[in-house]
Write a protein that binds this ligand. Structure first.
Ligand code: GLU
Length: 478
């Protein structure tokens, strides 16, 4: 029977979710689903110093929000648990003992001071930092005696001393490393806790992971990982090392140039649909020039064929572009629900719906609604000169505003955008007036802003009473 397709996402609970990690999770999920496989979550919490309280809960929440569903994992369950590495220490201990017995790993008793002196010496001689293998040839017997005497030790992987190590990456093909460049790195620390390099390989094997998607920062340790599979006599999964994500300037995406965490983007009001659409194109090239993809579409469309190894560019304008697109697809009711946290409370539903509707086309993200709609809630204290249109003086503009306000006050109409428009345009036409001479001051008087939606739209949302009150305020300005 063919082996089941199983991908995994293996984050460390170190706090916020980096956009690059979301991309890794997304690619793993989509490849798994497009191949009718399973997607597994495993928490890699062996670096307790870096652990942040509540990180798992927050991660699960974000994944759910993004629509990424795990088939197995912590708090979900499955046949390959536990899915949290700190609960698997006994497994790692047995397997590292096995490697020591078979001579594929060894205990290293070197003190921190000795290692420090060695490193300084290497630095002084411009040599690469590498363990000098002082403990590599200790006999198993001597090693056991030192353990029994209570000496502290780490466990190191035995690298081949010469020759080449060939590894295969699904996106790059064969990569060749020289054995002499490989360090006998630590697999288990002196407190008995495994490093990423050990626990990750052991778990991928025991959890029967068939395919690994991970960042290409792991390529330097890739040969050591493959050697570890060989040391155990296990078949490695297929590896996809996903390309680096660069900022627009060509540098590595880092916190210094702006937000790198998914939480930041969610807080600013980027929709999960937009974040997914944006992330999926960081390294995947669709067959056609289709630009918008829902997660459901991606589950069918996504494939290995469109994956490449060249770096992806993180272009925030693209994210804005996708977000604007998905915002516009929302109904006014949906959009209002999403915007509520950025709007003042205590206003009537109909008013808030009108406000949201008018901001919709100009919003790039949900939080933009605050600035775009502030004038609805409180008329800004604008400069009287703003009322003047082109060559008109403030006085002439005010005069025009007076004329138009009389028309509005007298009008016996249903107060809507359409009827206001009809009324005012008919009057302007009948009186052979120029539109701008009247509509500009009217719009400014209603919004107090240089840029805003049309005066008819604003007046309709404000309602008759408030609209007329704002015109009165304009009269007191000059
Ligand atoms: N715990 C590792 C990380 O968060 C996982 C890398 C991998 O997917 O193997 O970077």
């Amino acid at each position: 029977m063919a082996k089941k397709i199983r991908f995994r996402f293996a984050p460390s609970p170190t706090g916020f979710l980096h956009v690059g990690n979301l991309r890794t999770a997304l690619f793993g999920y989509l490849l798994a689903k497009s191949l009718a496989g399973d997607f597994i979550l495993r928490l890699e919490d062996t670096d307790q110093k870096r652990e942040v309280e509540g990180a798992l809960e927050s991660l699960l929440k974000i994944m759910a929000k993004m629509g990424i569903v795990f088939d197995e994992g912590p708090q979900i369950g499955g046949d390959f648990g536990p899915y949290i590495q700190s609960e698997r220490l006994a497994i790692y201990r047995d397997l590292s003992d096995q490697l020591i017995k078979e001579g594929k790993a060894y205990r290293c008793f070197c003190s921190a001071e000795r290692l420090e002196a060695m490193r300084e010496n290497q630095q002084a001689h411009k040599l690469p930092p590498r363990y000098d293998r002082a403990c590599r040839d200790l006999s198993l017997e001597e090693s056991e005696i030192r353990v029994a005497a209570g000496e502290k030790f780490v466990i190191r992987q035995k690298m081949p001393l010469d020759g080449e190590v060939k590894v295969h990456d699904e996106l790059r093909g064969e990569i060749v490393f020289r054995a002499e460049d490989l360090d006998d790195h630590v697999l288990v620390k002196s407190d008995g806790v495994p490093t990423y390099q050990f626990a990750n390989i052991v778990d991928d094997h025991l959890m029967e992971i068939s395919h690994v998607t991970r960042g290409d920062e792991w390529i330097p340790s890739f040969p050591k990982n493959i050697l570890l599979y060989q040391a155990f006599g296990w078949t490695p999964p297929k590896f996809f090392h996903l390309p680096l994500i660069l900022n627009k300037g060509g540098g590595k995406l880092s916190k210094r140039q702006g937000d790198v965490f998914v939480e930041d983007y969610l807080a600013k009001g980027y929709l999960s649909e937009a974040i997914i659409n944006f992330c999926v194109l960081l390294g995947w090239h669709p067959k056609s020039d289709q630009e918008f993809f829902t997660l459901e579409e991606l589950k069918k469309e996504f494939s290995v064929v469109g994956l490449g190894a060249s770096p992806a560019v993180f272009d925030l304008e693209k994210l804005d572009f996708y977000n604007s697109h998905y915002l516009r697809q929302k109904s006014d009711e949906e959009l209002l629900e999403l915007c509520r946290e950025y709007l003042p409370g205590d206003y009537q539903e109909e008013f808030l719906l009108g406000v949201t509707n008018l901001a919709k086309d100009r919003m790039k993200k949900l939080s933009d609604i605050s600035a775009l709609s502030a004038f609805f809630f409180e008329l800004p204290d604008y400069e009287p000169s703003l009322l003047a249109w082109k060559s008109l003086s403030p006085e002439e503009s005010l005069n025009n505003l007076r004329e138009i306000s009389v028309i509005l006050e007298k009008a016996d109409i249903h107060w809507s955008k359409e009827s206001l428009e009809e009324l005012v345009f008919a009057w302007l036409k009948a009186e052979s007036k120029k539109n701008g001479d009247y509509l500009w001051p009217l719009r400014v008087a209603l919004s107090g802003e240089k840029n805003s939606p049309s005066p008819f739209e604003i007046a309709a949302v404000l309602g008759r009473e408030e609209a007329l009150r704002r015109l009165q305020i304009a009269f007191t300005k000059i």
